[in-house]
Write a protein that binds this ligand. Structure first.
Ligand code: URA
Length: 432
């Protein structure tokens, strides 16, 4: 191990055998944390080339269970987002893409820090369970076109251990380490093709479009080496997606979007990611055909029906989909008002996400219990004109004492300027 660390420290390319020794030794416990920490720091400074990144991804992927989806008919296309605030695209896209005929085998995560998670959002629907056996998962997708479950604990143990160590050694932010971490999990989940939504902006891992493009190219190259088609969409996370942040509130917004009444930015991102999924899944020939198909599924209500079906199969109360007002809402609400007149020039997604966690919509510790009705309904977003005293956001919580701190955070998130800000596009680039 010492020789391997020294080689990487000196900027040399490592072999497949080297990476196998490191990863297997780390997972089995025979190589101590301090040597892996030094190794990660050497990678952080010297980097990995594309070949090394693909080799590392492959070995990480094989460190645990590999999900075999071959019993599911059709091309399985997965979608991954690098994490955002108010991002409920899976709840909209999953049903739409399934209704279009591409099987959706989705293994999702829970909220992490200031970002939300699909599983928590789904569990705000009464009775809904994301637990199922692998057989049930496959059977449901073959029968209904979609199932959404949690990630198997035995999936890519190398990433769980490595990520925990990166988190405390200042080595999270390396392109090859991020790409191998995400891709090893996506590939272990068994998808044939993957659409990745790389978020750029405050609170996202990638701060600039250039960084996001580099990450996109590394992921596509990993996919190519493993015979998987990967398309990366680079999208802005300079403000939350849509107006709702918080689990039950986001489910309501997803339902509105499937009815064709959703926020413009959320709808646009769903059409963008979804049409790439339909092309990769070979049910549409072109991107434009994909967009038209998705729009028709919204207009006909087939997307919403698929969400109903998904909820019913997973034990959820479908009456909450038919009457979204019966989804959880916290007992207390307060308004945040504009302190001056002008234009909203900034709405920092990170601070909105933190305020919503504070209200009870996320976990402050691993064992926190989520308040499914808590969160924020933004009333104004970037570019909107406001007068002093206008409502900027409605905050919801079951814990009255949380409003003071949450309002403070949300006040920091909003910047009001005298002149209208320049319009920023939502979709910055697509790399394939
Ligand atoms: N998400 C992951 O799963 N891994 C990373 O390294 C960064 C974001």
């Amino acid at each position: 191990m010492i020789e391997i660390i020294k080689k990487k420290r000196d900027g040399q390319e490592l072999s497949k055998e080297d990476y196998t020794q490191v990863i297997n030794g780390f997972v089995s416990g025979s190589i101590p944390d301090y040597q892996i920490s030094a190794f990660l720091m050497a990678i952080y400074f010297k980097g990995l080339n594309n070949e090394e990144t693909a080799v590392l991804t492959d070995i990480m992927m094989r460190s645990g269970d590999l999900i075999d989806l071959s019993a599911i008919k059709g091309i399985k296309v997965d979608k991954h987002s690098t994490g955002g605030v108010g991002d409920k695209t899976t709840l909209v896209l999953g049903p739409l893409v399934a209704a279009a005929g591409v099987p959706v085998a989705k293994m999702s995560g829970r909220g992490l820090g200031h970002t939300g998670g699909t599983l928590d959002k789904m569990e705000s629907i009464s009775g809904l369970s994301v637990d199922m056996t692998r057989e049930e998962f496959i059977e449901r997708i073959n029968k209904h076109g979609i199932a959404i479950c949690g990630q198997n604990a035995k999936l890519v143990p190398a990433d769980k251990k490595l990520y925990a160590l990166r988190d405390v050694t200042g080595t999270v932010n390396n392109m090859s380490l991020i790409a191998s971490s995400i891709m090893s999990k996506k590939l272990a989940c068994g998808a044939d093709a993957i659409v990745i939504d790389i978020k750029v902006g405050e609170g996202a891992f990638m701060k600039t479009e250039e960084e996001a493009k580099t990450l996109a190219k590394i992921m596509i190259s990993i996919g190519a080496k493993m015979n998987r088609n990967v398309i990366a969409v680079i999208s802005a996370m300079h403000q939350p997606l849509g107006f709702a942040v918080g689990n039950g509130l986001e489910v309501k917004e997803a339902i509105d979007t499937l009815k064709g009444n959703g926020p413009e930015d959320l709808t646009q991102l769903c059409l963008e990611l979804g049409s790439h999924m339909l092309v990769l899944g070979k049910v549409c020939n072109t991107y434009d055909e994909g967009v038209a198909k998705l729009k028709s599924l919204i207009a006909s209500g087939e997307g919403l029906n698929k969400l109903r079906e998904l909820v019913e199969v997973q034990g959820g109360d479908v009456s909450q989909i038919d009457q979204p007002d019966t989804l959880p809402t916290s007992q207390y609400s307060e308004l945040l008002k504009a302190t001056k007149s002008g234009y909203i020039s900034e709405l920092n997604a990170l601070e909105v996400g933190l305020a919503s966690v504070y209200l009870g919509a996320g976990r402050e510790t691993k064992d926190s219990i989520i308040d499914y009705g808590a969160g924020i309904l933004l009333q104004k977003k970037i570019g909107d004109q406001v007068k002093k005293g206008d409502p900027l956001a409605i905050l919801y919580s079951n814990e009255q004492s949380s409003f003071i701190k949450a309002k403070e955070l949300l006040n920091l998130a909003y910047q009001i300027s005298d002149t209208a800000p320049q319009n920023k596009p939502l979709i910055l680039n697509t790399v394939s």
